[in-house]
Design a protein around this ligand. Structure first.
Ligand code: GLU
Length: 432
């Protein structure tokens, strides 16, 4: 089903530095589409098109071989309207300002949909963490923290893990920040180790949230999980948990891919055995109990559920027509381009969009931040119960709007997210 967008026009972002990035253009295009179907002051849409604050830093570190190298680092705060800005820190060779800006915008809508008292932010360093030693990564993280210090704080901007970063990265940021302010400050980051103020169940939260959404969608589609098959792209923090949780519900995982290759076993992949293989080889490639397939074949493997849980822009105009599933659950941020979206709609594939589907991570980050502020800690059953409650509530809010207004799920989700931030901006007014 395609949606007719009224011909409203909105001003183009006034910051040309972002405008050439395809990911940022994609995020802006989505915002324009939402603006077309909702009733909103064009001035507010213009304000939401450009991140509030962007910092680019050069991070010099001493490498293990004695050389000095400079890395480009970014922190972008899309908005400061709804509370402290919140979002991950990503280490990948492809990181640039446009990508980080787009991801910060998506974080704003995500926090809005989940009704969290946060605005959106994102950070990143252009580097290849798989080719750096632990010592180099520690120096890189500590120096980055030092460089972005003027714009972060527990009530200002709070980081969390993302692609290529983990609990240890957050521990180094927490320690560096705490050394600067002179007291232990766990609430400066979320997704840190439990022993220094992290939250139980945070690591699994994104994957769990994805599966709560999938279960509700299957129920509505009258499909039993035990009769379903799944294809998962990515076997990192999100993809591996999605696989484990789907298996718990009786879903058969038939194909999995990562950046090095993909594997297929129509009888079902043994996820425990695969996790052991990945622990030693760092890739799903070469797993003996499955056949090797290409990443292109992975996305076109017939299945009930396709879960892209790795990178943005992997389902494109070129391959969307070959996708053979009933349901797409976007564990990654931005895996589907707007052009691909139209093809999926025509082929009647039900999409659970990223800003809703993967919001479990930032939701438990919120629980972690609240616990750190109060210095009062929850147990895992409390965390999981509350996560399930909030995810299901938002899923059904989005679904209800999509049915009521006949909007695709992505447009319904984005409308709720944008509307919340736009309402807050309108109520607060424009300073001075
Ligand atoms: N990086 C995750 C995301 O994209 C989590 C962000 C957070 O917890 O702040 O949603």
């Amino acid at each position: 089903m395609s949606v007719a967008v009224p011909a409203k026009t909105f001003a183009q972002p006034p910051v040309p530095i972002f405008s050439t990035s395809p990911v940022y253009q994609m995020a802006c295009k989505q915002l324009q589409t939402v603006a077309g179907v909702m009733d909103c002051d064009p001035g507010i849409i213009e304000r939401l098109s450009v991140p509030k604050r962007s910092l680019v830093v050069s991070i010099p570190i001493r490498m293990d071989n004695g050389e000095t190298r400079c890395f480009a680092g970014y922190r972008v705060q899309h908005s400061l309207t709804s509370g402290a800005s919140k979002g991950g820190l990503r280490y990948a060779p492809s990181v640039d300002l446009g990508e980080v800006a787009a991801l910060s915008m998506w974080m704003s809508w995500k926090c809005g949909i989940m009704n969290l008292p946060f605005s959106g932010a994102k950070g990143g360093i252009a580097c290849d963490p798989t080719r750096m030693s632990r010592g180099e990564l520690e120096r890189l993280t500590r120096r980055y923290t030092e460089e972005v210090l003027p714009i972060i704080g527990p009530r200002v901007d709070v980081m969390a893990p993302d692609l290529g970063t983990d609990e240890q990265t957050m521990a180094w940021i927490m320690d560096t920040y705490s050394m600067k302010v002179g007291y232990a400050c766990p609430e400066i980051v979320t997704g840190k180790p439990v022993e220094i103020g992290g939250c139980v169940g945070r690591r699994e939260a994104t994957g769990r949230g994805v599966v709560y959404c999938i279960m509700d969608a299957l129920h509505e589609m009258n499909i039993r999980p035990e009769e379903s098959t799944a294809v998962v792209q990515g076997f990192g923090n999100v993809g591996s948990v999605v696989c484990q949780e789907l298996v718990q519900h009786g879903v058969k995982i038939i194909a999995i891919g990562d950046r090095d290759g993909a594997i297929l076993n129509k009888k079902g992949i043994d996820i425990v055995a695969l996790a052991k293989h990945v622990q030693t080889t760092r890739t799903v490639k070469g797993f003996k109990e499955a056949e090797a397939i290409s990443n292109e074949q992975l996305l076109s493997t017939p299945c009930t559920i396709l879960a892209p849980c790795a990178m943005e822009r992997v389902i494109t105009a070129e391959n969307a027509g070959k996708v053979r599933c009933k349901l797409i659950a976007e564990g990654a941020n931005g895996p589907t381009t707007p052009e691909a979206d139209l093809i999926l709609q025509e082929n009647k594939i039900f999409v659970i969009p990223d800003v809703l589907c993967n919001a479990g991570g930032v939701t438990v980050s919120y629980f972690e931040w609240v616990q750190d502020m109060a210095q009062f800690f929850w147990d895992e059953s409390q965390v999981n119960e509350k996560l399930k409650e909030l995810m299901r509530k938002s899923y059904h809010k989005v679904r209800a709007l999509s049915l009521q207004k006949n909007l695709p799920m992505r447009l319904a989700a984005l409308t709720l997210g944008v509307q919340k931030v736009a309402n807050e901006k309108a109520t607060r007014g424009l300073f001075p």
